[in-house]
Design a protein around this ligand. Structure first.
Ligand code: 3H9
Length: 678
């Protein structure tokens, strides 16, 4: 294996190269290499200056996240301090995305040159962490606490131009010329015997920030939303306060202790799991680079309703022309009108130009004739969720579509194998399940039928990326992964309501857990006419009968004001009472928030375990990703399966039994053997 760090001396300049593909993460070997390089630069009299550069696509994109929570010495921060302490100028040559520990490495250098278009950021907060290699101490000294906190709390990178303006870097050069420019800079510095600026010793900004007593309150106010539910932002503020108020040596003690606390927290465990899980969903065993892809240059969509229209927008946004089919002219006009209005609204917000609106809408053509789909590469059916209707569509479609065209259904629960069997090309059929609104929601469930070919599945997964969504592979079952997983959650919420816990308390418990809304409010948002519950849980049916369909029509469980704030609707309370009496249910004392939480989440974990053991999902992480992207499960809880691991599987098994629910075999086995899902 090639060495992760090499040093080559040219004309008195040590050129230190990091080579650790794919993103030059600062793993153990890289840290050892940099540490040794710093020793060599210090001890070798022939070396008068140094440049730190990276091979491949990017300057280091951070610490090696896969190493966490263990970090073998030498530690990142100690290595960067050693580099900063060198008495010879060190210039960082940055390109790509200098993130996290990568940016902290650059901050330890005396000068920073960056390629045009490169980005700098401290995204640790998104992993439930903070910049723990002196980033919280050096960056505020270099660009001021307010700008530094902006970067650390949002985790969003800034581009080189903004970094230059802020004083984070010293020079921008054309892309590809950063190494040459850094060497030139080092050569000039070495000739001048120039002073070595050390960010750790810079006191201009800290003096300014100390004279601004409202600084930290202002920051909390500006970024208040980012503090909700998560612990890292507070820790970041604590560290930056230390940077402003304490000498560097004391500041790094605060940073190290806060970083260690976060690194061993459940939140960073969950968020790091989510980071890798998001990237793993695209990996399908048996399908690789060698699997031939089907070129999708044009698409047909059947149904111009909310779903069909949203899907059409996804393709137009990716530059792929769409033919949108409807049965009636009126429905087609309405669908095309909604699409245009959506784009025009985006333009009003300044996120599209008028020309872009025209070219995007120009990519979507309406037709009333399904025969017009004879030449497209992919057809997605997005008609009413009835097998009878879909049977008709697919039989006809099979006769119309050209050989080699993929036929997909956007069904959210119907049997793809049954649909495939209606065609003479079952190997070309799959499910492409978008979530509403399709042009916004980031999840795409790719449903593999028994006969779907590898090429068709590979193409479906690739399509997810083309449409800028995260594709997750599912096998056929009622509700696939996301909807099947969350159905028990919604059912359990209905049972709680019937058994006497007020709806606002059920919802509050789940908001406290981190959901944007609780299950009852969620039902109102989805629309009460869309979901049918089994058995005695018929409150949604009764509400629909009373012309209450949720937020979209007359309110549902809640009445809504003009700002969409809900209050429990008297009409709904009457229906709860009526259904309760009709089923002879006695209201019990309301459950505590904790009982609501476990009562709703344990059944989800149980369903997740069944989804896994039946092979509907490839891995537990895929289930977590579908819950996070499809149902807004709070990512800092890791999704249901990671949450279950953290919460404790034996506790969940016992809890399920106490609720009268048989634990899934896989769950029981893992609980008994001390195993985990993630
Ligand atoms: C940190 O730095 C802490 C310090 O402050 C303190 C330390 C004491 N480590 O995203 P991609 C893998 S915390 C390990 O698909 P892209 C990734 O899993 C870190 N692996 O590519 C994937 O693997 P695979 C702060 C990493 O081009 C492959 O690289 N930094 C890391 O779409 C390609 O990744 C961050 O949070 C890593 N740091 O995007 C930055 N990064 O192919 C995290 C990536 O096996 N990274 N991998 O699935 C990113 O934001 C994006 O990866 C990046 C490239 C923008 C760099």
């Amino acid at each position: 294996m090639a060495e992760a760090v090499t040093v080559e001396v040219q004309n008195g300049i040590a050129i230190v190269t990091i080579a650790n593909p794919p993103v030059n993460a600062l793993g153990h070997e890289v840290r050892k290499g940099l540490d040794a390089a710093a020793d060599r630069i210090a001890g070798d009299a022939d070396i008068l200056a140094a440049v730190i550069r990276a091979e491949g696509a990017t300057f280091p994109a951070g610490a090696d996240i896969g190493e966490f929570p263990d970090v073998p010495a030498p530690f990142h921060g100690d290595v960067f301090d050693k580099i900063e302490a060198l008495e010879k100028p060190v210039v960082a040559a940055m390109h790509g995305t200098a993130l996290g520990g990568g940016l902290e490495l650059a901050l330890g250098c005396h000068y920073r040159v960056a390629a045009e278009g490169s980005k700098m950021g401290l995204p640790e907060v998104q992993l439930g962490l903070l910049p723990g290699a002196r980033g919280t101490q050096r960056l505020p000294r270099l660009i001021g606490a307010e700008a530094a906190l902006g970067m650390m709390l949002t985790g969003k990178p800034i581009d080189a131009a903004k970094a230059l303006k802020a004083g984070l870097i010293d020079k921008i050069v054309p892309a590809g010329e950063q190494d040459k420019a850094a060497i030139e800079m080092a050569t000039a510095l070495m000739a001048q015997d120039a002073p070595l600026p050390r960010a750790s010793q810079d006191s201009e900004w800290t003096a300014k920030d100390r004279s601004d007593p409202a600084l930290f309150d202002r920051i909390r106010e500006t970024h208040g939303r980012l503090f909700r539910g998560v612990i890292a932002p507070d820790a970041i503020v604590t560290c930056v306060k230390a940077a402003v108020e304490l000498p560097f040596a004391q500041g790094i003690e605060v940073e190290t202790s806060e970083f260690t606390r976060l690194l061993t927290s459940d939140q960073s465990r969950a968020l790091i799991h989510v980071f890798f899980a998001m990237r793993d969903t695209a990996k399908v065993p048996g399908i690789g680079k060698e699997t031939p892809l089907i070129d999708i240059k044009s698409v047909g969509i059947i149904g111009a309703g909310t779903m069909g229209g949203g899907i059409a927008m996804c393709f137009a946004n990716a530059g792929i022309p769409v033919k949108l089919v409807e049965v009636k002219a009126e429905a087609l006009e309405r669908g095309l009108g909604v699409i245009r209005r959506n784009y025009e609204n985006t333009a009003k917000k300044g996120r599209l130009t008028d020309d872009q609106v025209e070219s995007l809408t120009g990519l979507i053509t309406g037709t009333l004739d399904m025969d017009d789909l004879a030449d497209v590469d992919l057809v997605i059916e997005a008609v009413f969720e009835s097998m009878e209707v879909k049977e008709k569509v697919f039989s006809r479609l099979d006769a119309i579509a050209k050989p080699g065209a993929i036929l997909a259904s956007n069904t959210s629960f119907l049997d793809i194998d049954h649909i495939a069997a209606l065609t003479r090309r079952p190997e070309m059929v799959l499910g492409l399940h978008f979530f509403s609104p399709a042009n916004v929601m980031p999840l795409l469930e790719v449903v593999r039928g028994d006969k779907s070919s590898d090429s068709v599945i590979a193409t479906g997964m690739k399509l997810g990326k083309t449409l800028r969504k995260t594709p997750v592979l599912a096998r056929v079952c009622d509700g696939f992964i996301a909807n099947r997983l969350m159905f028990p959650y919604l059912v359990a919420s209905q049972n709680m309501l019937l058994r006497g816990t007020p709806m606002q308390e059920i919802d509050a418990a789940m908001k406290q857990y981190g959901f944007a809304m609780g299950p009852i409010a969620l039902l109102d948002l989805i629309g009460l006419d869309v979901i049918t519950f089994p058995g005695e849980v018929t409150m949604t049916g009764e509400l629909v009968k009373a012309e209450r369909r949720g937020q979209k029509l007359n309110g549902g469980f809640y009445d809504y004001d003009e700002k969409r704030r809900g209050t429990p609707a008297p009409a709904a309370l009457e229906i709860v009472e009526k259904v309760r009496t009709a089923n002879g249910i006695e209201a019990a004392p309301p459950l505590t928030a904790d009982e609501v939480l476990t009562g709703l989440l344990y059944p989800v974990v149980n369903e997740g375990a069944k989804i896994l053991e039946e092979g509907i999902a490839l891995r537990a992480g895929d289930i977590d990703v579908t819950a996070i992207l499809g149902y807004n499960w709070p990512s800092y809880q890791g999704g249901p399966m990671c949450w279950a691991d953290i919460h404790g599987l034996p506790k969940i098994v016992e809890g399920l039994k106490a609720m009268g629910i048989e634990p899934a075999k896989l769950l029981a086995e893992k609980a008994a053997s001390g195993g985990s899902f993630t």
